[in-house]
Design a protein around this ligand. Structure first.
Ligand code: CO
Length: 171
């Protein structure tokens, strides 16, 4: 089922998510809903809190070399931990909760992570490139943080001004 994505400045996005304890049908339905919702909005990542579920669950589905998002490349991440970070990289990020806004954000270039799959099996991976960036972006959502909080003071001020204007225009 496609769910509603909540957008900035909805306070739910500031909530800290909690660990998943039951790897059951309810979790599987949530993950399936997250996938449908993300694909409907052409996103490459989504955290559960973005559909108002404060659980440590996120999904990432990067496009392949042909720029196609294939379901077999979908990564479901439950209760993630970033174990190691290394290097720095800058990438122009966007977020389905801050639609149509893109800005450069600095993050670690490489990360080592642990997380569970939908059945509760723990995995450890090392990521770089866009996967490392997306993983860090989505993990921030679980802490109640958005990428706009990483902007410089001036860029953030400019964003707030533009965003207010945009919200006004929609009313
Ligand atoms: Co986001």
């Amino acid at each position: 089922m496609i769910r509603e994505i909540i957008t900035y400045p909805n306070k739910i996005l500031k909530q800290k998510s909690r660990d998943v304890t039951q790897f059951d049908a309810t979790l599987h339905t949530l993950l399936d809903d997250m996938y449908e919702t993300m694909m409907a909005k052409n996103g490459i990542g989504l955290a559960a809190i973005q559909i108002a579920e404060p659980l440590n669950a996120l999904i990432i589905n990067l496009p392949d070399e042909e720029d196609k998002q294939r379901k077999e490349n979908l990564v479901e991440v439950i209760n993630p931990k970033i174990l190691e970070m290394d290097g720095t990289t800058v990438y122009t990020e966007g977020c389905l909760s801050v639609p149509e806004y893109y800005e450069d954000v600095q993050r670690a270039e490489r990360i080592k992570v642990s997380f569970c799959d939908r059945h509760g099996n723990e995995k450890i991976y090392e990521y770089d490139g866009l996967m490392a960036i997306a993983f860090q972006h989505e993990c921030d959502h679980l802490k109640g943080e958005l990428f706009i909080e990483k902007l410089s003071y001036l860029k953030r001020k400019k964003f707030e001004k533009e965003w207010k204007k945009k919200l006004k225009g929609k009313k």
